[in-house]
Design a protein around this ligand. Structure first.
Ligand code: GLN
Length: 197
């Protein structure tokens, strides 16, 4: 059984923990370096990426997490978590930091103010048995990816739609919140990725 951490500084921590447990993982909440050291993989929830960046620094976790990510720990970033995994952030704040776990350019709040939130049934590569009901809340999208980063879903299921889910090996990021709505398949996919890593 794998142990998966949920970064517990902000966001839907309990919902992610429940979905991971339903998918067969042992779950551990991560707020300190010693807690981070004990997990096989980590979920970075949504929230607000500028705040998360600051909290990671004030909890003295930013560098330790950066080191684990650089050493290929499996990690799944959702929404603000996706922004944290990017190599370049557009429309961010100057002092906002990110990990560069995925070679990609991410635009914050990309869907615009008018469309604060929306939901749609998305075809996600690697998710079997029908589309995934995806909930987007002030979501980012991916403007471009580098070599080796696989696009696994696009908004509108259109081949030219904005990129909303990506993966490279055991590192995954989605613009949407997989923890709301009671469908645990995205978490199941991540648990498999950690088990195989
Ligand atoms: N807009 C937020 C940010 O910039 C992300 C929103 C979310 O995680 N639901 O970090």
């Amino acid at each position: 059984m794998v142990t998966i951490g949920v970064l517990a500084l902000q966001g839907d921590v309990a919902e992610h923990a429940r979905a991971l447990e339903n998918s067969g993982a042992r779950v551990s909440l991560v707020r300190r370096q010693d807690e981070l050291a004990r997990v096989d993989g980590l979920v970075i929830p949504g929230g607000e990426s500028t705040t998360m960046s600051k909290l990671l620094v004030s909890f003295d976790l930013f560098d330790a997490l950066g080191e684990r990510i650089a050493a290929d720990m499996p990690v799944y970033g959702t929404c603000a978590g996706m922004i944290m995994l990017a190599s370049t952030v557009l429309d961010g704040r100057d002092d906002q930091r990110c990990f560069g776990a995925l070679d990609m350019v991410v635009r914050r709040n990309a869907f615009g103010r008018q469309i604060d939130s929306y939901e749609e049934d998305l075809d996600v590569e690697g998710i079997e048995e029908g589309p995934f009901h995806a909930v987007f809340i002030r979501a980012p999208w991916v403007e471009s990816v580098g070599a080796g980063v696989e696009v696994i879903a696009r908004a509108g299921n259109r081949s030219d739609g904005p990129i909303v889910a990506v993966r490279r090996g055991a590192v995954m990021a989605t613009s949407f919140h997989p923890e709301v709505g009671g469908d645990d398949r995205m978490h199941g996919l991540f648990v498999d990725m950690v088990a195989r890593a």
